[in-house]
Structures are given as C-alpha cells and as structure tokens.
Design a protein around this ligand. Structure first.
Ligand SMILES: *Cc1c(COP(=O)(O)O)cnc(C)c1O
Length: 372
C-alpha cells in the first residue's frame, strides 16, 4: 500500500446513474397508520395465518443455513394446486421481484412494455428502470381497455386482473380474446387480488399459460396475509422460468418466507375467515362512504376506490381517527382515495371518522324535505 501514491483528491466523480433512473423517484409507500385496524393504505389483510406464524418460529432454528434456491417444496405444492408442471413455476421474493426479473430479462433500450394508465407501480417502474419504453393505455371507465391494448405494439403487455388501483376486473372471455389478438408476443397477467373476486366470469388465466407467451403472477402478500414475508410466484412456460432463473440472485426467497407460504396454503380456516371478512365488509365500507355522499368503483379486490373530490379533507378526517388510506393523487387518480377493506374494528373507525360529513348531509337533506 505504501507504494501506491495518494490520489491527492483527484478521484474522478462517481458516475451518474442512467438517465431513466435520474428521472424517477424511489417508491413512496402508503402512509403507515399505527399498524392497527386503521391501517388501510396498503391492501393488507387484518392478521396473518396463525399456522404461518408458528411455522416461521419453528423454522427460525435453521437461519444459519442458506435457503433452497428454488423453494422446491413450495413450488411442488403450487404445481399440484394449479395442475401444472413444477418447472413452469418460479417463486420470487414477492411478485415485485418477478416484475424486476421480467424487466431485466426482456427490457432495456429499444424494448417496449405496455400497461394500463394508471398502472400498478410494478408494471411500469421496473420496465422504465431497464431503459425500455412504456406505452400506457388509459383505463376506460376504470377498466382495462383491452381492445386498445391488443393493437399496441409492445414486447410485453401487462394486464392487472383485478386491477390495482381501481379494483375492477376483466372477464375470462375478454381476457381470452385479448390473448388471442394481442400484438405483444408476451402477456403477463397479474392476479395479486384474484382470490377476492366474486364475479362469476372473472377467472384465473393460469390455464392460458399453456401458451408459451402467457404468464401469470400471484402473491402471498394479499389474500394469504404474508406481505411482510415477501413471497410471490410466476406461472409460465418452462423456457421463461429458466430465463428468469438465469437473471435472479440465487437465494432471493428466504427460508422463512417459504415455510410461511406453505403453512398459509394449508390454513383453510384462516383463508375462509379472510374471504368472509372481505365479502362482508366490502359492501359495508361502500355503504359508509355512500352515506357520506361518496360513490365507489365496483371492486373485485380487498380495497375500494372511492370517488371524493376533496381528497385531502376526507383523508384528514380519517387520519384524526387513526385511519390511513391511499391518496388517489399518489396513484395517478386525483379525486379518489383507495381504502383497504377493514375488519370490523377498522370499519367502526371509518364510520366514526365520516360522521361529521354524514351528519351534515342528513341535516341538509332533512331541511330540504321540510317545507318552509
Ligand atoms: C400488492 C401487489 C403485488 C404484490 O407484490 P408483492 O411483491 O408480492 O408483495 C403485485 N401486483 C399488484 C397489482 C399488487 O397490488
């Protein structure tokens, strides 16, 4: 070392990141309420599966070991669940990792990705960070405009079904027609919320993945309540899975996430409870906002998009009662807020918070009804 002359402050400047990174911002998460029942900004469910919690504590004994790079036990379990070959499944550290892998493998300058406008963050940002171009197709009445997306020239088209941030879905027939006609050689359907859907014609696209250009993304973050564990998966062709495996860091899915997901999959009592709560409290949440004079977009998810011209006023009222919701302005939908479907305690908080608006509305309407 003694023989290497000091640089004398002449070290060249640190290289600047690519211009497409310079022109973007780090992700801004939904504001955290004091993680109780009023935490309604991030589409989480009220509590994780107790079986998953127990499995994680037991598995913590093995934290000195590297995890299984392919999360084989989980992959095999999911292969049985969906009746597909295990080599057509890739487990990721959240489906967000898989979106970054797709962008790394197929993006870059000269490539084009297509998504809805406004999109889910993960369908735009990783592609842009790779230097790819984006074509964003405006939603029509809060739904994907699949006809316009089908004629867009792109290398990959993302369809979010049901969509975040609107909660709307497309039917199996609409999706099949899109897959048959789309110009994009690769179509990725993000089904992060599909377990909450109850529209009889909204179905998983996993059967469509027998075509080599179609892939489906799923996550354990929403319905299975494991957002903190980070685990999601892709179902696609064996070739696509092999390509993405080449790109990824080998141990990206940690052992605790894998055992949590396995336990959650088998905890049918917990998932039945989650489904019941969402199906009961989704209409209840919509009724509370309706009483306060605010309409909702029909939702197939565990969140509801509320139309409210006074975003900040309503968010302020909710905040006073320990409730956080997502401002639509953050999501590309000014004049709305996105509210996670809460448990009963959270529903009571929302109802209390909106009482001033509800009371003012009912005084006004009873005044109108009383002849003077
Ligand atoms: C929440 C969400 C995900 C899940 O991301 P994870 O990384 O698995 O937590 C994926 N897609 C959409 C549309 C989402 O809303």
């Amino acid at each position: 070392m003694a023989h290497i002359p000091p640089s004398g402050g002449r070290r060249p400047p640190v290289p600047t990141p690519h211009r497409w990174i310079m022109s973007s911002q780090p992700y801004r998460a939904g504001a955290k309420a004091p993680s109780g029942p009023g935490s309604l900004a991030q589409n989480e469910i009220p509590a994780p599966s107790p079986a998953a919690v127990a499995a994680v504590s037991a598995a913590a004994r093995h934290l000195n070991r590297y995890p299984d790079p392919l999360a084989t036990r989980l992959r095999d379990r999911l292969a049985r669940l969906h009746s597909v070959d295990a080599d057509r499944i890739l487990i990721g550290s959240g489906s967000d990792e898989l979106l970054f892998l797709l962008a790394a493998a197929f993006g870059g300058p000269g490539r084009t990705f297509c998504c809805a406008d406004p999109p889910y963050w993960g369908h735009e940002h990783p592609a842009r960070m790779s230097g790819a171009d984006m074509v964003k197709v405006p939603l029509l009445d809060f739904r994907h405009d699949l006809l316009a997306m089908a004629v867009t020239s792109a290398d990959i088209a993302y369809v979010c079904n049901p969509h975040n941030p609107t909660g709307t879905g497309v039917t199996a027939r609409e999706l099949a027609a899109f897959v048959a006609r789309a110009r994009a050689p690769m179509i990725v359907i993000d089904e992060a919320y599909i377990e909450f859907a109850d529209h009889p014609e909204l179905m998983t696209a996993i059967p469509l993945t027998v075509e080599s250009g179609v892939a489906v993304l799923r996550t354990f973050s929403k319905y299975y309540g494991l957002a903190g564990a980070r685990v999601g998966y892709l179902v696609g062709s064996a070739e696509l899975v092999a390509t993405l495996r080449t790109v990824r860091a080998p141990f990206s899915v940690n052992h605790l996430a894998e055992v949590a997901a396995l336990a959650a999959l088998d905890d049918h009592a917990h998932s039945a409870e989650v489904r019941r709560t969402v199906r009961r409290n989704r209409p209840a949440l919509i009724r509370i906002f309706a009483a306060a004079g605010m309409a909702a977009v029909g939702s197939q998810t565990n969140f509801v998009l509320i139309l409210c011209p006074d975003e900040e006023d309503v968010l302020g009222l909710l905040r006073e009662h320990g409730v956080s919701a997502r401002p639509g302005t953050d999501l590309g939908l000014p004049g709305t807020i996105r509210v996670t479907v809460p448990d009963d305690a959270g529903l009571a908080l929302v109802s209390t918070a909106l009482q001033p608006i509800i009371a003012a509305l009912s005084t006004r309407s009873s005044r109108k009804a009383t002849p003077s």
